[in-house]
Design a protein around this ligand. Structure first.
Ligand code: NAD
Ligand code: TYD
Length: 355
């Protein structure tokens, strides 16, 4: 089987669902179920014996070691993280605890287990670390996109802790020979995306008749990737990636935030028109994020050339599928917009000044 951390979160859950739709190899899904982890994402697997869920913290090395020796996974795919930049600005400590210390504990447990293996089991074992393009910092409008050799220059507590975890993973390969792989991915979007991030926040706020809060001038650029394309890239890297290598994964799809919000409003105007006017009337520019990275862009030629992976979804088709998913899954949204979510929204957006 494979061992997945953070498989109840946005990308992890999509990965587990896609994996089990395409393979009979079981998944041991290890997740702390923080505010971002949600077993409803995995409800379709409720009676599926191929999915084993264990609630736990990646800082608990004894628990991890016990599970590795009990279930003998052939690979670990490490998604678990604190993942929201704005939260890392308000409260960085949890990011250090999970992203740095937690990855360290996981690496230690994996090393102990891997060193106990022999022959083909040892040779074929993989530790795949899921990281972000944000470790490379920010780009000016005319800079070349991030490649695997771009120097790390993380700017937020989130990206700094992800960078630290990437370095630990790299060091465990260099020092101990642990068979690691790392992917650095651009912004994902798609089903089960927690509505604190730009795209799901805009969809849910628009439908609730609330402001659409755009930070600063809204001309910051992100490279958007449909989550199922990310999942297929991860499967491909796991299958054929070269040990110790990093692979950038992106959608070849740079958009300003304002353009993303406009497109979402146009889709909603078409699919669920308001009684009067356009959803665009709800856009409100608010105070910018401190230290806001201006532009991310991924050069994804290495993974295409070496492993033959390319994204399949265009932004037009992917965004439409995403909006349709949210329109069809009101119950999911209602459930995640509960106590903890409301506290965050109040902290982050209430009393916001118009920019
Ligand atoms: P998410 O916040 O939606 O989910 C994170 C999951 O990790 C949750 O299920 C949470 O319960 C779990 N978790 C958190 N702390 C834990 C701990 N200490 N022990 C065990 N489980 C814990 O995040 P996501 O968007 O699905 O991102 C997954 C990974 O992909 C992260 O490592 C993130 O850095 C990376 N990434 C995300 C994006 C993106 O656009 N979302 C882009 C690039 C890279
Ligand atoms: P986000 O989804 O938080 O991802 P990241 O910061 O990791 O790229 O934000 C995407 C972009 O959207 C980023 O430039 C910040 C901006 N943004 C807003 O303008 N308003 C919002 O309410 C949020 C959550 C994000």
């Amino acid at each position: 089987m494979i061992f997945v951390t953070g498989g109840a979160g946005f990308i992890g859950a999509n990965f587990v669902l896609d994996w089990l739709a395409q393979s009979d190899e079981s998944v041991l899904n290890y997740d702390k179920l923080t505010y971002a982890g949600n077993l409803n994402n995995l409800a379709s697997l409720n009676n599926d014996a191929r999915h084993v869920f264990v609630k736990g913290d990646i800082n608990d090395s004894a628990h991890l070691c016990g599970l590795f020796f009990e279930y003998q996974p052939r690979a670990i795919i490490h998604f678990a993280a604190e993942s929201h930049v704005d939260r890392s600005i308000v409260g960085p400590a949890a990011f250090v605890t999970t992203n740095v210390n937690g990855t360290f504990s996981l690496l230690e447990a994996a090393r102990t287990y891997w060193q106990s293996l022999e022959g083909e089991d040892k040779e074929n074992f993989r530790f795949l670390h899921i990281s972000t393009d944000e470790v490379y910092g920010t780009l000016a409008a005319d800079d070349a996109a991030f490649s695997e050799t771009t120097a790390y220059a993380p700017n937020s507590p989130y990206s700094a802790t992800k960078a630290a975890s990437d370095h630990l993973v790299r060091a465990y390969h260099h020092t101990y020979g642990l068979p690691v792989l790392t992917t650095n991915c651009s912004n994902n979007y798609g089903p089960y995306h927690f509505p604190e991030k730009l795209i799901p926040l805009m969809i849910t706020n628009a439908r609730a008749g609330k402001d659409l809060p755009v930070y600063g001038d809204g001309l910051q650029v992100r490279d958007w990737l449909y989550v199922k394309d990310h999942c297929s890239a991860i499967r491909r890297v796991l299958e054929a990636g070269r040990l110790g290598e990093t692979y950038n994964v992106g959608g070849w799809n740079e958009q300003t935030n304002l353009s993303v919000v406009h497109t979402l409003c146009e889709l909603l105007d078409e699919l669920q028109p308001k009684a009067q006017g356009s959803y665009k009337d709800q856009i409100k520019h608010i105070t910018d994020r401190p230290g806001h990275d201006r532009r991310y862009a991924i050069d994804a030629r290495k993974i295409e050339k070496e492993l033959g992976w390319k994204p399949q979804e265009t932004f037009t088709t992917g965004l439409r599928k995403t909006v349709e998913w949210y329109l069809a899954n009101d119950e999911w949204t209602k459930q995640v917009q509960s106590g903890e979510y409301l506290k965050w929204v109040a902290l982050q957006y209430e009393d916001e000044e118009e920019a």
